[in-house]
Design a protein around this ligand. Structure first.
Ligand code: ADP
Ligand code: UDP
Length: 236
């Protein structure tokens, strides 16, 4: 499959057309941003790690019956995916309080919830991805009621699969962000990425942070944390 024109350059990835109109090529970069692009930097080797970790997770989820956009890993940093029309919602699942949840509600980080929570942000950089509820999403025509139901169902399924998977790796899955898209036939599939950029991972024993919070909060050893997560996930 040939890489054709650059369609979009985002903060962490570049998206290219291919000779198949239904297939895109995603190329992962080492660029890192936080706080809606206000903090910028690079994490050496991140692109390759996030590519491989995302593809591993997408294939694991497919095996468990979750429909995803994954097609084929082409190289260290490049993957073919099914082209979707992205539903402009960031779908966030939380198992343990952290980040903006702790800040918003004035609670400590590390409170283990009895049940996972789900929340939506309107994916809009100019507005700073504001928190919205499903009624707002319907009012803004971001998705239909049926699509929102499917998205919720898949998101909780993804959480069940990932929680169990990471528990085995001695990692607590604190929270994560998912994106969904529509295939040309309207089917909703999981898209974008699942990586230390988009999940919070805490070592189960030491509670050490093994994710992008090391970059956001200047905790040091950022590259090591990404490498450690890849090692645990891919077993190498
Ligand atoms: P951002 O846009 O937030 O800066 P990225 O740098 O990760 O993010 O860019 C990747 C873009 O590609 C995102 O906007 C994401 O929604 C989009 N995307 C992810 N998967 C697909 C797909 N299968 N089809 C079309 N677009 C996708
Ligand atoms: N997240 C993400 N992209 C975003 C916002 C959040 O991948 O634009 C992920 C983030 O890595 C974390 C989870 O979603 O795993 C919840 O993030 P939170 O709402 O706490 O926001 P943050 O603290 O990142 O501002």
């Amino acid at each position: 499959m040939e890489r054709k024109e650059l369609l979009y350059e985002g903060k962490a990835k570049k998206v290219y057309a291919t000779d198949d109109s239904e297939i895109l090529l995603v190329a992962y970069k080492d660029d890192a941003t936080a706080f809606n692009g206000q903090k910028k930097g690079t994490i050496d080797g991140k692109g390759a790690i996030n590519n491989r970790v995302t593809n591993y997770m997408m294939q694991l989820l497919e095996k468990e019956g979750v429909p995803t956009h994954f097609v084929e890993e082409l190289s260290e940093r490049e993957t073919l995916v099914k082209k979707v029309s992205i539903v402009p919602l960031e779908v966030i699942i939380r198992n343990i309080s952290a980040g903006s949840f702790a800040k918003r509600y004035g609670v400590d980080e590390g409170i283990v919830f009895d049940q996972p929570t789900i929340e939506f942000s309107y994916k809009n950089d100019d507005l700073g991805d504001p928190l919205i509820n499903s009624y707002h999403a319907l009012a803004l025509k971001l998705a239909t009621e049926e699509e929102i139901e499917i998205i919720k169902e898949i998101a909780f399924k993804v959480n069940d699969v990932m929680k169990a998977f990471f528990k085995n790796l001695k990692v607590d899955l604190v929270d994560f962000k998912l994106e969904f898209g529509r295939l040309s036939n309207g089917e909703i599939v999981l898209a974008d990425e699942i990586s230390p950029d988009t999940c919070r991972f805490w070592d189960s024993e030491t509670h050490e942070k093994l994710d992008k919070d090391r970059f956001r909060r200047d905790l040091g050893n950022v590259e090591d944390a990404y490498a450690e997560m890849m090692k645990r996930i891919l077993g190498e």
